[in-house]
Design a protein around this ligand. Sequence first.
Ligand code: ADP
Ligand code: ADP
Length: 235
Amino acid sequence: TPVIEINQLTFTYQGEQNAALSQVDLRLYPGEFITITGPSGCGKSTLAMCLAGFIPTAFPGEMMGEVLIQGHDTRKYPEGGLSGIVGLVQQDPEGQLCTLTVADEVAFGPENLCVPPEEIRSRVITSLEAVDGMHLFHRQVHTLSGGEKQRVAIASVLAMKPALLILDEPTANLDPRCTREVLQVLAKLQREQAVSLVIIEHRLEQVLPWTDRLIRMDQGRIASSIDRAVMLQGG
Ligand code: ADP
Ligand code: ADP
């Protein structure tokens, strides 16, 4: 069964004339790595927020169709109710990091999910290891580099053990070295973690090596969806 099933999703932000998403159909299976690309304004971030359950709850607008996450309709969840299932890492990690130290930051999500303390400790360690960040454990968040912050943001989401991790242009604000660090972490997640990944990225050369399926959006619609086998054939 798919982790995510989107059926004929159309969404229009309140006060807007044009739909940000039109008749989107998408199925995502466990362990898949999907890249979503397309020009600015085509609806990528809106789709990410629908997948994370923030639309329609946190953004007013008109939604038609349905988003099912592990079979659950996202409209029936209270805001934040999906945080144990779907994790969203936004472009700028700054807004997402809210505590003083890295260890506290990574513990924050599972604490809110009322995970027992011993389990939290072990999740903090495994999540930091997954992003090659154990050496950052005692650091103050505000002293980290951009790439380190982004890796801590990823670890914080992993600590909630999501079935699906969505990353919205995770390297957009990073210099080339930090970008490489984050990409290495993504490749490792894809190899080692039983998590489905959706990454929104326009710099395709960075993510194509790990992509199982490439989805191109245009003006709120899915313009094409290409499987890895076909990408390799096409060169
Ligand atoms: P992308 O991520 O591909 O750049 P977005 O999902 O951000 O695209 O935007 C899709 C469309 O929805 C654009 O026309 C954009 O202006 C509009 N939009 C995005 N966020 C909002 C919002 N909060 N309120 C109104 N319109 C929005
Ligand atoms: P991206 O291309 O990375 O999605 P955008 O520039 O489209 O970035 O959007 C950045 C932020 O501005 C998002 O939070 C989005 O919701 C908001 N936004 C985009 N378009 C509009 C709009 N027309 N009205 C209100 N908010 C918008």
